[in-house]
Design a protein. Structure first.
Length: 392
């Protein structure tokens, strides 16, 4: 057997069936010649009692020297106890990121997440993950790929961070399902973009203006009544939009709402007299179980954004989102002297950190109290009694 060179390779002529020309210098390195005149380089070895063969490339696209170098690397791996052929076969069978996305949505999201969360996850998968890295196989995905995807979404930082969270959850499950090695999640150490929480709270005057607009529109546009009642209940209960939209009459008690499946699980929402009055004014339809009825029979109102844009424009609150009504409820609770644990209970928060975002609002009444006490002390220092000073 001679050393495989370009001359010996070119001289090999096709026969009726495949045959091999083995290299005289490197055992296991050879050339496969096919009847079709196609010639390709191979390396052959034994591992686990079996003969293994790995292709090294087609002659013409790969030179003999390049193929020899590749063969030496693979045979070195064999000497270290590895099995390159099995690794290649495993890689070929490895799922792509797109396949992991499909399994994630079907086996985890569909059964473990609420409908609103399912929609958010599908949106991240369909719009941002599959188009960018869906064709990559799981063994090939690197932290640099995730960092690049996250960077490409830098102009929409909130969505970038949400997508990073979805990816991290997916790869954690890939480890659990045995598709990736433990600790191989490529999202680790990819830093999220800073997020500035919006804090918009209604003032007492804005509350009055909004409540007045709700009454005006109810007279002018009776068809808007379900949407108007939804806004009233959001204002008076601090509930999430989905909790009011999907509220059923069977969950309404005399002084509370008993929600069986909110964002944080089942919870009880106490009702103030004003909220009870709003519920009492809503007509119960025999063919619809929902409090806030939609246009289709038996369905709840699904689109509150459109009527809300009309309502807030009329009230001069163009920058106020529906979710800001929940923030305003929390702000009113703080101003009323309620503790953060109590506010968390009212809002249905599971995590203390979620309620902690309102902690700074407690500074205002504290500062006001400090001003009153300090003023009284200042008067005493000047030798005047507080009852001598007209109340402000």
């Amino acid at each position: 057997m001679a050393r495989l060179t370009k001359r010996t390779v070119d001289a090999a002529q096709p026969q009726a069936s495949d045959y091999f020309v083995w290299d005289g210098d490197l055992a296991g390195f050879g050339l496969r010649v096919m009847p079709s005149r196609r010639k390709s380089y191979v390396v052959q070895y034994r591992a686990g009692g079996r003969t293994r063969r790995v292709g090294l490339g087609v002659h013409g696209a790969v030179t003999p020297d390049q193929a020899r170098k590749r063969a030496q690397d693979l045979l070195g791996a064999v000497a270290r106890g590895e099995d390159p052929a099995e690794e290649i076969r495993t890689h070929r069978r490895a799922p792509t990121v797109a396949a992991l996305c499909d399994r994630f949505l079907a086996e985890h999201v569909a059964h473990r997440c609420k409908p609103s969360t399912q929609g958010e996850y599908r949106r991240s998968v369909d719009l941002f993950i599959k188009p960018r890295i869906g064709n990559l196989k799981l063994p090939d995905i690197k932290r640099a790929d995730i960092a690049r995807l996250h960077h490409e979404l830098r102009d929409i930082p909130y969505q970038a961070n949400r997508t990073l969270g979805v990816l991290s959850k997916m790869f954690n499950l890939a480890e659990l399902w045995g598709l990736m090695a433990d600790g191989a999640n490529p999202c680790r150490h990819v830093k999220k973009y800073p997020e500035r929480k919006r804090e918009r709270f209604l003032s007492p005057e804005e509350y009055r203006r909004l409540w007045s607009v709700l009454a005006e529109l109810e007279t002018e546009r009776p068809a808007m009544r379900p949407a108007l009642n939804a806004i009233r209940l959001l204002l008076l209960t601090g509930c999430r939009l989905s909790e009011i939209q999907t509220l059923r009459w069977e969950h309404v008690r005399e002084t509370a709402l008993e929600l069986p499946d909110g964002k944080t699980g089942a919870r009880k929402v106490p009702l103030c007299p004003e909220a009870i009055a709003v519920l009492g004014s809503i007509e119960r339809l025999s063919d619809n179980p929902y409090v806030i009825t939609g246009t289709k029979p038996g369905q709840h109102l699904t689109d509150l954004e459109r009527p809300w844009r009309r309502i807030r424009a009329r009230a001069g609150l163009d920058e106020v989102r529906i979710h800001d009504l929940r923030h305003s409820f929390a702000s009113a609770a703080v101003a009323n002297g309620e503790s953060l644990p109590m506010i968390g209970k009212l809002l249905g928060h599971k995590q203390v950190q979620t309620t902690a975002r309102y902690a700074h609002l407690a500074d205002d009444p504290v500062h006001a109290a400090a001003g009153r006490v300090g003023g009284a002390i200042a008067l005493a220092i000047r030798g005047r009694r507080t009852d001598e000073v007209p109340a402000r």
